[in-house]
Design a protein around this ligand. Structure first.
Ligand SMILES: [Mn+2]
Length: 374
């Protein structure tokens, strides 16, 4: 039997300030395009079962733009598939804080062949297929629930939205889900969601990863591909299919400014951007060890031009600090890259739960202004 597994499409995600001609946030359109491409690829593979492992939506109350299009896209998808099984679990992003307010996913159960699980651990069945679903809200029940295949079904699938222990460095061991409870070879397949980087955990288990760059720190996943997973329960083979993204995410080489003149720094900023080609891309340029008095000498015209051409051009400045030799050595160790205050603020603000009427990018810029002022 053939399964297609996708996850973390984050429909309704918004970032940066650029709007389309119709006034929709450009990134909100980008994630929708990625969703469509993922579904198109999935339909071509003609799977018997499709799994969406959580965070289909970025928020519990997505905009009408994203909600209506997601509904249409899945209607079309299921029409092409003639109503073959589609199971969706809720991730943390689309789960409302209280159960009483209902979940947006319940709407999608009106589409033929579609079953959604959002409140608790629950199984959905399609004839001889059994899909045990653990939505985000069900994770805390794991300790008291038996998670195992049901032999009376021909195919047994486990779908879970949550972080398993050891998957990412930032997972607190107290919050992580025990691997031994979830990863068992007697499942025909284990579809995981929540972690945005595609990761294979066993021959029958993986995170498909997100379909666009939507996490709080997109820079840590910039080298990875986005896509969907195809799985064959007979051969137990995981096959990753990348999807083409709407725009590039470019992390330019950091400029180490301590020994450079202002002219050299400005030239490097312009030159690196030119070589990479920043038009319509999401770009970060880090400048390390910049002396305070040089800040105001950065070429405003060049930066203005880059900011207007890129979808987002982020200049991250780290102030020069006189360091002891030991500290300098420690900070140049590979893998150890401290965030600047600006980066930390940006990360925090990207993930912060904001009331709808606030423009996140404006808030971030405002915060950055405050950090700049003496
Ligand atoms: Mn997610």
């Amino acid at each position: 039997m053939k399964i297609v597994h996708l996850s973390d499409t984050h429909l309704g995600f918004r970032a940066y300030s650029r709007l389309t001609e119709r006034g929709i946030n450009q990134r909100e359109v980008d994630v929708r395009v990625a969703f469509q491409r993922a579904l198109r690829k999935a339909a071509k593979l003609q799977p018997d079962l499709v799994l969406i492992a959580g965070d289909m939506f970025h928020t519990a109350r997505p905009s009408n733009y994203s909600l209506i299009r997601a509904y249409r896209d899945l209607m079309d998808f299921q029409k092409i598939r003639e109503g073959r099984p589609l199971a969706i679990v809720a991730g943390n992003h689309e789960t409302p804080r209280t159960t009483g307010s209902g979940c947006v996913l319940s709407l999608f159960e009106n589409i033929s062949g579609t079953r959604c699980v959002y409140n608790q651990i629950d199984a959905v069945t399609f004839e001889d297929i059994h899909v045990l679903c653990v939505p985000s809200r069900g994770v805390e029940e794991l300790g008291t629930t038996l998670i195992e295949p049901r032999p009376e079904f021909k195919v047994n699938v486990l779908m879970l939205h949550g972080m398993l222990e050891g998957v990412a460095a930032f997972t607190e061991s107290s919050e992580a889900i025990s691997k031994s409870q979830i990863l068992r070879s007697d499942w025909d397949y284990i579809a995981l969601g929540d972690y945005h980087i595609h990761q294979i955990l066993a021959d029958n288990a993986c995170y498909s990863g997100s379909t666009e760059f939507t996490s709080t720190n997109i820079w840590e996943e910039r080298e990875t591909e986005k896509g969907i997973v195809e799985y064959d329960t007979e051969t137990r083979q995981i096959l990753f299919h990348p999807i083409q993204l709407a725009r590039r995410v470019i992390d330019l080489k950091p400029i180490h400014a301590a020994e450079l003149t202002l002219q050299e720094i400005n030239d490097l900023i312009a030159q690196q951007a030119e070589e990479a080609g920043v038009d319509d891309a999401i770009v970060r340029q880090r400048v390390y060890d910049l002396r305070h008095e040089m800040r105001s000498g950065l070429d405003a015209a060049v930066l203005r031009d880059l900011r207007s051409r890129a979808l987002h051009y982020q200049l991250t400045l780290q102030a020069y600090r006189a360091r002891s030799a030991a500290m300098a050595e420690a900070s140049s160790m590979p893998g150890e890259e401290r965030l600047t205050l600006e980066e930390e603020w940006r990360q925090f603000a990207q993930g912060y739960d904001l009331p709808k009427e606030f423009d996140r990018e404006q808030l971030i810029q405002q915060g950055l202004e405050y950090l700049k002022s003496p």
